[in-house]
Write a protein of this length. Structure first.
Length: 219
């Protein structure tokens, strides 16, 4: 019951952001061609930007085309409700390093869904931090599926920042949100050591986040 209430509150707040906030976007042409061709894309940003990203995606994309990883614990129960109300297909996974057969099957299923055309939104420093540290999941999925990664940065001045590890941003109604698209990137199929790629993605996410903040004050 608590999860249902919490998930519904998150959904209602996302509706408020979607309907009232003014979104300014830079670099959106990065994704439009891929969407027309029906190619899958893995959208990624820092975890604290989730609500801004969701508000924007509701304007631009059909969220029923998305899958999302949910932690297989009490947090996932709330996010499962939130995701289903958005139309996202939730995939519950144990994110604590579990290597059981059940987790393996869910990963295989996730890879197949993305390979067949599903899009994905993933925050590489989630679900519990540390903040601004790219974990290997996003590059692993991109390599396995061949999907391009689309890095995003977001900024909103008039917002409440939840006092926790990711400073989760909740834009105030009728505020301005700036979204900065980075260039689409792919993981080379033959690349074995993903650590260098993960560092590259970290640098890109910092750069587009800083650019989103700069653009916010210029417009």
């Amino acid at each position: 019951m608590i999860a249902k209430i919490s998930g519904t509150i998150l959904y209602l707040f996302s509706v408020l952001v979607y309907r009232t906030c003014r979104f300014h976007i830079s670099g959106v042409d990065q994704i439009e061609g891929m969407l027309k061709r029906g190619e899958p894309v893995i959208i990624t940003s820092w975890h604290g930007m989730t609500m801004m990203i969701i508000g924007f995606l509701r304007r631009k994309m059909d969220l029923s085309s998305f899958v999302g990883i949910m932690p297989d614990d009490y947090r996932g129960d709330t996010l499962d409700v939130f995701g289903q109300k958005l139309g996202v297909e939730p995939i519950p996974l144990n994110l604590s390093g579990d290597s059981t057969l059940g987790t393996g099957r869910k990963l295989v299923s996730l890879v197949r869904k993305i390979s067949s055309g599903k899009n994905m939104l993933i925050h590489p420093d989630g679900p519990a931090g540390p903040a601004y540290v790219v974990k290997p999941g996003v590059s692993f999925l991109a390599k396995k599926t061949g999907a391009a990664i689309l890095p995003l940065g977001c900024y909103c001045r008039h917002a409440y920042h939840v006092p926790r590890w990711d400073r989760y941003t909740l834009p105030l109604p009728f505020s301005k949100v700036h979204i900065q698209f980075g260039n689409l990137i792919t993981v080379p199929e033959k690349l074995q050591d993903l650590s260098e790629f993960n560092q590259q993605l970290t640098d890109i996410l910092h750069r587009v986040s800083a650019q989103a903040s700069a653009n916010y004050y210029e417009l």
